[in-house]
Design a protein around this ligand. Structure first.
Ligand SMILES: [Zn+2]
Length: 82
């Protein structure tokens, strides 16, 4: 008797679904982050780390205009949000 999808096909479909979801989540987070950065800009806090209050640094802002944390705080935040 045929079971249709084999075990490995099923796993493949599951993992592709997970990838699509991860990509959506990343895109959604980028969009939220961009909106958040604009909000910080509107409040005159652009370029100031929202966690420690120090200057984020021109080089980092040039590379990542949406950054709202300095390198150290961003690394700490990403470790806690994985
Ligand atoms: Zn910081």
């Amino acid at each position: 008797m045929s079971k249709g999808f084999g075990e490995s096909d099923f796993a493949q479909v599951q993992s592709e679904r997970a990838n699509t979801q991860t990509i959506r989540q990343v895109l959604e987070r980028d969009r939220e982050q961009a909106a958040h950065a604009r909000d910080r800009h509107a409040k005159g806090a652009y370029g100031i780390c929202e966690d420690c209050g120090r200057q984020i640094g021109d080089e980092r802002l040039a590379a990542l205009p949406d950054a709202t944390r300095c390198v150290a705080c961003q690394a700490a935040w990403e470790n806690g949000n994985r």
